[in-house]
Design a binder for this molecule. Sequence first.
Ligand code: 13P
Length: 259
Amino acid sequence: MTQTCPPWLLAANWKMNMDHLQTLEFIRELSILMPEKEAENSGVEMAIFPPFTSLRTAQVFSTSYQVALSLGAQDVSPHPSGAFTGEVSASMLARLGCKYVLVGHSESRKNHHETREELVGKAKNAIASQMTPILCVGEEEKGGEGMEEICSQAEEVFCDLGKEEREKVIVSYEPVWAIGSSVTASPQRISRAASALKADLFKKFGASPRILYGGSVNEGNIESLKGLGLGGFLVGRASLSPAEFTAIFRCLEKGKGLA
Ligand code: 13P
């Protein structure tokens, strides 16, 4: 099943923040700031990626507070089920209402030493459970060209996916040096990266994935990042505040549609 979403995907990667009580409070505040009807007709899909322990709370209370929010998980097991202590399977996440799963975020790549085979397994299991993997790629160094590095990170997962699986993947360009820093990559660099990824994945696999950007996005810089051929944003720190997340949403809503 192909998942569709509006022109913009605004995704909140909460990382290891927001326990289930804080998640409940976030959703309550969002329901005041962002009436469901407004969000539904906005052309912007909002999604939150809380820690696993907050997913059920997010699922239940976004429904009861009538907040138009999609749900995503920050990681998934590369295995479908079985003796894998500490891991969470794709089918478990799907049953909690998750639509998206992050695969290969630079923090997971680094902290868990993820292998290429694991990334492929994560993407495949997410897709088999009707979820959309968001494959994160990003160069380590600020100074270098970086385009080959990000294309090869995407290729090494795409090459082991089938044609139909490739059509379901979203790619998020997240330069490692821009994450958690005080600056985003320049608009020119983001635009170049989005074009390089699109051209490379089309040439090699006939795939045309939606491209997101992540790395120090906030309400002060979102306007400058809108016209770059992107399909959305993956926001870390600035997504922890309902007010700032809503401000980013409103900026995208004004622009409506892929720029
Ligand atoms: P920051 O927005 O805090 O830089 O984090 C971005 C990120 O890691 C998105 O996945």
